[in-house]
Design a protein. Structure first.
Length: 180
């Protein structure tokens, strides 16, 4: 079942991540190389949460059929299915959180140690301010909580609700949306 309030909560979270990205770019703009057409971070096949899939579905539903049909174009297996041939995102306005956070410094765990990682093109001359580092665990936990609110655990068998944390292949979602 699709809950509009959950997509609204996702919208609030995406606005916060977008504002965070803007702050990092404003403060460290000379050391941020992210721009339209750069797809270095997009050489991966993505899976997304159910609530992100619902937001993409809602966004694409209003498109004309010829634009939706362009979503079915599958590129090489080593790049995101949402990329067009010029390296631009076909679903940019509804892109998942992982895409919105690419490029900024992200604190994550590698084994038992915390590390800060950013796109290899960014922060080559400066060190990001501490408040310009996104905490991956907090972002993931928040997204999981929003997704879990949409997908309470169901019982096995026909008609069961999907489990929280279930991932959706973006390529399959876009292929499916191309047929509606």
């Amino acid at each position: 079942m699709w809950y509009p309030w959950a997509v609204s909560r996702l919208g609030e979270l995406t606005q916060k991540v977008d504002a965070f990205f803007a702050r990092v770019t404003e403060r460290h703009g000379t050391d941020m190389q992210c721009q339209t057409g750069c797809a270095d971070c997009c050489h991966v096949r993505l899976t997304i949460t159910g609530v992100e899939a619902a937001a993409i579905r809602a966004h694409v539903a209003g498109w004309p059929s010829d634009r939706r049909q362009n979503l079915a174009t599958l590129g090489p297996t080593d790049r995101c299915a949402a990329l067009d041939p010029a390296g631009r995102c076909k679903i940019y306005q509804a892109r998942p959180l992982v895409c919105r956070s690419h490029g900024v410094p992200i604190r994550m765990r590698r084994g038992t140690l915390p590390v800060v990682q950013a796109c290899h093109r960014n922060f080559t001359r400066t060190t990001p301010d501490p408040d310009c580092v996104l905490d991956q665990a907090t972002l993931s936990a928040t997204l999981y909580a929003i997704d879990a609110a949409v997908a309470p655990p169901g019982s096995p068998g026909a008609g069961a609700k999907r489990e929280p944390g279930h991932r959706v292949e973006l390529a399959a979602l876009l292929a499916d949306l191309a047929t509606i």
